[in-house]
Design a protein around this ligand. Sequence first.
Ligand code: NAP
Ligand code: ZN
Length: 351
Amino acid sequence: MTMKVLGYAAKSAQVPLAPLEFTRRDPRPDDVVMEVLYCGVCHSDLHQAHNDWGFSTYPLVPGHEVIGRVTAIGKEVTKFKVGDFAGIGCMVDSCRECQPCQAGLEQYCEVGNIQTYNGIDRHDHTPTFGGYSQAIVASEDFVLKMPVGLDLKAAAPLLCAGITTWSPLRHWNIGKGSKVAVVGLGGLGHMALKLANALGAEVTLFTRSASKEADARRLGAHHIVLSTEDAQMTAAKGQFDLIIDTVPYVHDLMPYIPTLKVDGTLVLVGYLGDLSPMLNTMPLILARRSVAGSCIGGIAETQEMLDFCAKHGIVSDIEMINIQDINEAYERMVKSDVKYRFVIDMASLKA
Ligand code: NAP
Ligand code: ZN
């Protein structure tokens, strides 16, 4: 027995998203079934719909910033009851036994975490489908509790954009006295500004968009550097403990490296692939600087971030859309024209 649900899917890399009816499994003993209320739109949804990373399988139902209401639970579920609000981020399972899983780093599971969509369930080997749909089913261990007080619509993007920027901020011990820079003011970038500011850091935004300056200040940046202005880049030399680079496409890292302090780290969270132009090692070696990468965050760390956001009144700045507008939203995202995250009102699926 399975349940039929309606969603929006890419049927290939070349066509726009369109409605698709598909099935969800009945809950296994540890599963939670959620009616999807809201789903954030991440640039990764667009990358995967278009097969930018080369591992998309179709039909592909995107969506990994999922907020819903629990409608059924398996018989072993203890964390949730019917009626609870809950969230699902970028992964729905992992092996749970390897060293990273045991350490709460399920995103770095040695077998590979199971992505919320474009993944394969490790029990029944069926494809996973994301939150651009009426309902979703996942193991309770990968479902987040939504703290009271968070606006649910605006909290959806915390489940990917929030945790992906929170995790490096925590890993590199950012707090009072730290100097952090963020490259790119989109979904991830605006959460990075808010979170770094709330952790007490002095925060700088690198952007190509002069028009985003006032917003950046409101979102938590103390300083703005136009990355297209050489004089401004030169003036920023030797300042940062950590740079979080959220840019989704290949770009030159070399202008940013000298803005790191001795021992500073530039962590890539946006672009997956070969760097071009190549890195020159000189500014790395001469100041023991690092270039690193970081992938979302673990489940416990995601809950920690949600609770921190509730305590500090942090949510995403969102523009609500209907699911029928998703293709236009993707086009706007490619033009960096999003302030600062689209969230789909899933009630529109019924229209
Ligand atoms: P987004 O909302 O589209 O924001 C990206 C921002 O980067 C833009 O607003 C723009 O900011 C800047 N930008 C865009 N194209 C650029 C280019 N060619 N050169 C320089 N800057 C550019 O995207 P997002 O949802 O934040 O996602 C960002 C990236 O993170 C995506 O590639 C996504 O797949 C990835 N991601 C990674 C993880 C992870 O676990 N590591 C998790 C989620 C998402 P300005 O206008 O300020 O320049
Ligand atoms: Zn995402």
